[in-house]
Design a protein around this ligand. Structure first.
Ligand code: ATP
Length: 259
């Protein structure tokens, strides 16, 4: 008899999440669970509702109906900064760095949701020991994403691939429990894409995270993710391990057939 491993606890519970924009239902009655430590992929054709679902999950867009629960606490209805403080942090498909600031400053600013004095201290200046801690951690995170030698450069000068890495460092600076990555491979070159799988796994292990990732690059998703959910016209048409999702006729017809 083989030993059974206990199922990991559920950290995120999406229930009947729906978002309408006028006559368009961008996310339609979507329910799923994400387990602790899992790397959970979200794929689907352009316009399927993936980014809208992330926006619903992180407070950027209120749902028309439905709920998201994080470790038993309802997240829906909270403002984005409250969601981040709870431990859900994200990157954006359209990169949202402060382009005029340096890489180091971008990471330092993101930490202020966790520092005692909050954002105002970021603007007005922190107590010196707190400032030193923030600075040290920003260097550590830049080092992790391979950008510490460019800490003083303006973020706007970075290639898309490096901006995506900086966005990940910035998201990690908020000390998340759940990291949501919106198309992390977009703009990366082939070598960077190749390294992304091991990088995301390393980050997950090192910070003990649960990861959700939207990604169009199918080989990367299939290689990286423990489970994959597929959206099509706002509806969830499949959830499962990569191999079974790849074989699912509904998924092949809606998405993978054209790859
Ligand atoms: N604020 C909005 N107002 C109106 N329609 C919107 C809004 N945001 C998204 N939509 C529409 O909702 C649908 C889903 O868009 P969404 O960006 O979530 O898809 P996606 O799966 O992330 O697409 P892609 O892979 O191209 O990024 C699209 O038809 C889009 O035009």
């Amino acid at each position: 008899m083989t030993a059974q491993t206990a199922p990991r606890p559920v950290v995120l519970e999406a229930r009947h999440m729906t978002r309408r924009f006028g006559g368009l239902t961008a996310v339609n009655d979507v329910s799923f669970d994400v387990h602790e430590g899992e790397i959970f992929g979200l794929i689907g054709p352009n316009g399927a509702g993936k980014t809208t679902l992330f926006n619903l999950m992180t407070g950027l867009t209120p749902p028309s109906s439905g709920t998201l629960t994080y470790q038993g606490q309802q997240v829906t209805g909270l403002a984005p900064h409250r969601v981040a403080t709870l431990g859900l942090s994200r990157t954006f498909q359209n990169i949202r760095l402060f382009r005029e600031l340096t890489a180091l400053e971008n990471v330092k600013i993101a930490q202020h949701i966790r520092t005692r004095a909050g954002l105002w201290s970021g603007v007005l200046g922190l107590a010196r020991d707190e400032e030193a801690r923030v600075e040290r951690k920003a260097w550590e995170l830049l080092d992790l994403v391979g950008l510490s030698d460019r800490a003083g450069e303006g973020a706007g000068n970075f290639s898309y691939g490096d901006q995506r890495k900086l966005e990940i460092a910035r998201a990690l600076a908020t000390e998340p429990r759940v990291l949501l990555l919106d198309e992390p491979a977009a703009g990366m070159n082939t070598a960077e894409k190749g390294q992304l799988t091991s990088f995301i796994r390393e980050v997950r292990d090192r910070f003990d995270l649960t990861v959700m990732v939207i990604e169009h690059h199918v080989p990367l998703v299939m290689n990286l993710c423990d489970r994959v959910a597929v959206l099509n016209f706002g509806q969830l048409i499949a959830v499962g391990d990569p191999a079974s999702v790849q074989r699912d006729p509904k998924v092949i017809e809606a998405y993978l057939g054209g790859e």
